[in-house]
Ligand binder design. Structure first.
Ligand SMILES: Cc1cc2nc3c(=O)[nH]c(=O)nc-3n(C[C@H](O)[C@H](O)[C@H](O)COP(=O)(O)OP(=O)(O)OC[C@H]3O[C@@H](n4cnc5c(N)ncnc54)[C@H](O)[C@@H]3O)c2cc1C
Length: 212
């Protein structure tokens, strides 16, 4: 089945969703294509929001430790990773639901699927109910993927994780090396340090141990 759109936006992350809401708010015919059933992209599902949820949780852990200096003592907290993850999933779900509602109120049409340019006016769709989308203008907002590190594939169960795997915590390693001291590396390292890992953070020409 074919569909027509004046503006086709490929990728439903913060970039694509923002563009879609902007064009939709202007009353234009806009269609957003993303493989997930709800827009949000890696920002909402894999990186920023999972990281901020874990940071909110681990901040509590740190505060209970710091309270000792004020003469307030808590017992060593028990950490239930299943519950920690379901709270994070709930936050994600609330925000992606809100984004879905915003798309509806702004007249943004959503197509679940993966887009490929076929010609200057046609997008071919994979894993979608539709096969093609005709467009007049297209916005490419497909984001970025982490680069494989020295040929080691990312895998939750292997030793090498990208932020996506690291921000779906299934175990807390005794030792963790974080390569890259940008905001992502510092956030991820801080979360694992608060959960009990010994975290070393390597940044060009130096390395530091993260400790709370
Ligand atoms: C730990 C961590 C913390 C972060 N914290 C922050 C923060 O606090 N603030 C901040 O601004 N940024 C933060 N970032 C960065 C942020 O995650 C990215 O900048 C943001 O996700 C980029 O958004 P985007 O829309 O460009 O791409 P993405 O979010 O990657 O979205 C791209 C979308 O395009 C889809 N797509 C790809 N190919 C196709 C195709 N062929 N057809 C259809 N769809 C396709 C993908 O599935 C995805 O849904 C953080 C990152 C990390 C790792």
């Amino acid at each position: 089945m074919h569909k027509q759109a004046k503006i086709a936006i490929i990728g439903g992350g913060v970039a694509g969703s923002t563009a879609a809401l902007y064009f939709g708010g202007l009353g234009l015919d806009v269609t957003l294509v993303d493989p997930r059933p709800k827009p949000g992209g890696s920002y909402l599902y894999d990186t920023c929001i999972p990281s901020k949820s874990y940071l909110a949780q681990t901040k509590l852990l740190i505060e209970t430790q710091k309270a000792q200096t004020m003469g307030i003592y808590f017992q060593k907290p028990e950490i239930d990773l299943t519950q920690i993850n379901s709270w994070k999933d709930k936050i994600q779900c609330e925000i992606t639901d809100n984004l879905l509602n915003l798309c509806a109120t702004h007249g943004v049409q959503l197509i679940q699927g993966k887009a490929f340019f076929e010609s200057s006016d046609t997008i071919r769709l994979k894993d979608s109910e539709l096969s093609k989308l005709k467009y007049k203008y297209a916005v490419i907002a497909t984001g970025a993927l982490p680069i494989m590190f020295h040929g080691n594939p990312f895998d939750q169960h292997s030793k090498v994780m990208s932020p996506t795997e690291a921000l779906n915590i299934t175990n807390v390693p005794e030792k963790l090396l974080v390569v890259g001291g940008g905001c992502a590396g510092v956030e991820i390292g801080s979360i694992y340090a608060a959960l009990g890992s010994t975290v070393d953070l390597a940044e060009e020409n130096r390395s530091i141990r993260l400790a709370w």
